[in-house]
Design a protein around this ligand. Structure first.
Ligand code: NAX
Ligand code: ADP
Ligand code: K
Length: 537
């Protein structure tokens, strides 16, 4: 797994490195050399343009320019001011050194001059703005960024594409779209989510010092990005010695007269993920339509009110079914009412592994008055509990206003508020978004996100069904619950990729994802078990 650090923690690592004798100047040299090395590895890159800003990110660029010049490249550095006029001591010193070494400098070019220069470039190094960037991009960099994005040069961004917040992953109106980002010391959350996913290109981490790995871990990474090999312990069993019940039985409690589909999809996804026996319990007036869609899955009708949502009388039937299940999912299509809240509350009180999604979460928000972290007792239990909120649901759970969870960084913060209040090792918060985090009290895990095709109605219901299925199949095993949840997200993401290949990237509907869950999990498992191919080729 690769550690991900908040920007403030990256700065703390920098300070710790200086305490261990690696000066900021030395770090800047190593950063520039690391960027130059990546350019050299691209192959025939004779003409290099370096777009340098006024801060330390620009300093990295001047060092890279000097190093590339020493390797025989034609290097021109574009700077807003003369090297001697750079305000920071370090950037000024490295700029003066690059000039002495023969780098050409173009100061304050017009748009046309910059276009002409970039037209001659094989590669452009983007060193305008790094982690010190905030707000909207000011002149001249907004214009430089437009020129760069319009050019045919390969673009290598240093530390972060200029215009992207490395913390939130949100891009300013002007933002570099890179082919590669060489980021210093550690991954930052903004590189992995939202606009960051579209503008970073391939990400390379440059550790800069041998102490870095240790010091990064000392800063308690905000999350860990998984590699496929990490999932080895999370794989679902593939033994022959099973029957349909021992392969895991899942109870899905969801649906309403108004929304019967969500629970149907969740039940189908649970079956496709490998549970041997799935049961759907749904309000009576949704049961007939559900049964018509589900040949293999029995549907149990539950007491309902005049609106076709569950009444509190449904509790007894649900709890009896839950006692016989290896895992329960509650929520998809349920709606929020006194009756549905009573059912959610009853399931939370049982010791069966439980997944709460969608309206199940909205019931949880209502039960805790929109302040789940203040009422940890409601989710404190001895059996596993996985809650799968998207950003809106997560905001509602922790009492933030609508839109109050708007980045991966916010997802991580809100999820931590919940798991730390709970303090138990049985709880995982799966904070969903353009990147998804699986957060337990132990750690936060970031599975590889899927394509934007997953942003389609019902895709979360599919994930929830898969999640309950996986937990049902691993209920006896000693596996890190955050890792198991991340494995399920990884399969869901890959199913999204397969569905997009099959249907077209804009055409995917949730049922298309369900259709390929099985092949997606086989493929992910094969890659986990044999990363280099089955014969090691
Ligand atoms: N953290 C570390 O350990 C290391 C950091 N290094 C580099 O240092 C960078 C951070 O350096 P700084 O803190 O000097 O910050 P930056 O160089 O990212 O940005 C600061 C400069 O950008 C300007 N600026 C900020 N917002 C702007 C806006 N909206 N429009 C136009 N200009 C704007 C500021 O006025 C200032 O001149 C990192 O991104 C990385 O490239 C490396 O040199 C070595 C190691
Ligand atoms: N832009 C995106 N890129 C990748 N995955 C996404 C994106 N948007 C949403 N997803 C994923 O799609 C799923 C959507 O879940 P959710 O919002 O609960 O949908 P619904 O409520 O319609 O079922 C989540 O797994 C989420 O991580
Ligand atoms: K940059």
């Amino acid at each position: 797994m690769q550690p991900v650090l908040n920007i403030d923690d990256v700065k703390r690592v920098e300070v710790a490195l200086t305490r261990e004798g690696v000066s900021v100047s030395e770090l800047m040299h190593r950063a520039g050399l690391a960027a130059a090395q990546e350019v050299l590895e691209l192959g025939e890159m004779d003409n290099v343009v370096v777009l340098a800003g006024m801060g330390n990110n620009g300093g990295d660029g001047w060092v890279a320019a000097e190093a590339l010049r020493a390797q025989g490249a034609n290097v021109t550095v574009v700077s807003p001011v003369e090297p001697d006029a750079l305000p920071g001591d370090l950037p000024r010193q490295v700029a003066q050194s690059a000039v002495r070494a023969g780098a050409s400098v173009l100061v304050g070019p017009s748009r046309d001059e910059l276009d002409d220069l970039l037209a001659t470039a094989d590669v452009a190094l983007d060193c305008m703005l790094g982690t010190g960037f905030h707000g909207e991009v000011r002149a001249p960099f907004d214009i430089w960024i437009e020129c760069l994005n319009a050019s045919t040069a390969r673009v290598v961004s240093v530390d972060v594409p200029s215009g992207l917040s490395a913390q939130t992953g949100l891009a300013a109106e002007a933002c570099v779209v890179a082919d590669m980002t060489v980021t210093m010391l550690a991954l930052k959350p903004g590189l992995l989510t939202d606009d960051g996913r579209d503008v970073c290109g391939a990400i390379v981490v440059a550790p800069l010092a041998e102490q870095t790995d240790r010091l990064v871990v000392d800063e308690d990474p905000v999350a860990w990005r998984t590699d496929l090999a990490d999932y080895l312990e999370a794989l679902l069993p593939r033994t022959s010695a099973v029957d349909k019940f021992s392969r895991g039985s899942v109870l899905v409690v969801g649906g309403s007269r108004r929304y019967p589909g969500a629970a149907i999809m969740a039940a189908l996804a649970a079956a496709r993920m490998g549970a041997g026996y799935v049961t759907l319990a749904t309000p009576a007036s949704a049961a007939a339509v559900a049964q018509a869609h589900l040949l293999e899955i029995p549907v149990v009708p539950l007491p309902e009110d005049a609106d076709g949502t569950l009444t509190a009388d449904a509790r007894d039937v649900v709890c009896k079914l839950a006692e016989r299940s290896s895992a329960v999912l509650v929520g998809p299509g349920l709606r929020v009412s006194g009756g549905t809240c009573a059912v959610v509350s009853a399931l939370l009180g049982m010791d069966v592994p439980l997944v709460v999604d969608a309206d199940g979460l909205n019931c949880l928000a209502r039960l805790t008055n929109g302040a789940l972290p203040q009422y940890p007792e409601i989710i404190r239990r001895s059996a596993p509990l996985v809650i799968t909120p998207h950003r809106g649901e997560l905001a509602r759970l922790v009492g933030r206003p609508a839109g109050g969870v708007s980045s991966l960084s916010d997802q991580l913060d809100a999820a931590r508020d919940i798991v730390w209040a709970d303090g138990g090792s049985e709880l995982v918060v799966v904070g969903k978004g353009t990147a998804t985090c699986c957060v337990s009290v132990e750690r936060a895990v970031l599975p590889k996100p899927g394509p934007a095709a997953l942003a389609t109605a019902g895709s979360g219901d599919v994930l929830a069904g898969m999640m309950a299925s996986a937990i049902a199949q691993r209920s006896e095993a000693d596996v890190d619950p955050a890792l198991l949840a991340a494995y399920v997200c990884e399969v869901h993401a890959y199913a999204g990729t397969l569905a997009a290949e099959r249907r077209g990237s804009r055409a995917v509907m949730a049922s298309d994802i369900i259709d390929v869950v099985g092949v997606a999990s086989d493929a992910v498992d094969a890659h986990v078990a044999y990363p280099d191919g089955p014969a090691g080729e």
